[in-house]
Design a protein around this ligand. Sequence first.
Ligand code: NAP
Length: 329
Amino acid sequence: MQYTQLGNTGLTVSRLALGTMTFGYQTDESTAARILGKAADAGITFLDTADVYPLGGGLERVGRTEEIVGRWLHGQRDNFIVATKFVGAVGSRPWNQGASRKHIHEAVNASLTRLNTDYIDLYQLHSDDPATPLDETLYTLDTLIHSGKVRYIGVSNFLAYRLALALGRSDIHRYSRFVSVQPRYSLLFREIERELLPLAQEQGVGVIPYNPLAGGLLTGKHRYGAPTEGTRFTLGTAAERYQQRYWHERQFETVQTLASLSDSVGLSLTTAAVAWVLANPVVTSAIIGASNPAQLDATLAAINTPLPFELKQRFDELTQEYRKGDAAR
Ligand SMILES: NC(=O)c1ccc[n+]([C@@H]2O[C@H](COP(=O)([O-])OP(=O)(O)OC[C@H]3O[C@@H](n4cnc5c(N)ncnc54)[C@H](OP(=O)(O)O)[C@@H]3O)[C@@H](O)[C@H]2O)c1
């Protein structure tokens, strides 16, 4: 494993982080424990979760993933950097979501209980909440850092201009700054290269991308047509979102071309796709995910597989079209 600093902070994290959003719906608890154990054995020290997980489980299952992670962390909490998120709806009342002072206090206490810990290393907004003034959110998060419940704060799915605004407001008020951003990033989604990544680089904000395999499409295992049962693309409430993101003829054509290229140098596309994310010097850690432990073999291998220069160049050229725009998700 490789380790690095998270942005401008003194916090050391592994360059592969383990995402947990399959735990508690697609993946049962004993399988989740084997995935966590295998990742830890490979040197992963950075875990990412969220209060709304498991993915696809709907409102009635909210919180299960954090509970599973919390039980697994028992007796070994200090060996891991634990990141979680809030903002998504965890209940049906209007204030059971967002980044208001009221919801942040409720959300952080609930996450601490489920995670079985008295501190969260990295507490992230899961997405922007334009309805709440940024100053209200930043002030409240600053108090959480001072109280010790939270060590660092970050954002996910933010447009670049909103992150820039937030950093400016923190500086004016001398509140704690966001130290990281968690965007979607892969060979099939490169929009953040235009604005968000340059901002992060200039401001010393760490970048921890999710979806490096486009939900599994970049493994090359799917065929265009009816989505494969038991995978991300048929998974409960998430199926539609993932099909809208990636289940298009053009993306399948690109995946096929990328797969032939990586085959030609003896690399699996799965490994090469994660290695491509890690090869971007602005990226701190790539968040990998799995629904069973065997899947980790190809993704963990990315850490020891520097992408051959010419392959990276070809990948860059072939996926230029996925660079347009500057979407948050
Ligand atoms: N902030 C956000 O909004 C956000 C959004 C998404 C994710 N995340 C975080 O990022 C983490 C990773 O995201 P992700 O799971 O979407 O990453 P991903 O790498 O794009 O997709 C992982 C999925 O691909 C499939 N897969 C992985 N390795 C494979 C292999 N070797 N062979 C075949 N299939 C394989 C599995 O799905 P199947 O078994 O279903 O095919 C696995 O769950 C999440 O757990 C979460 O912590 C954050």
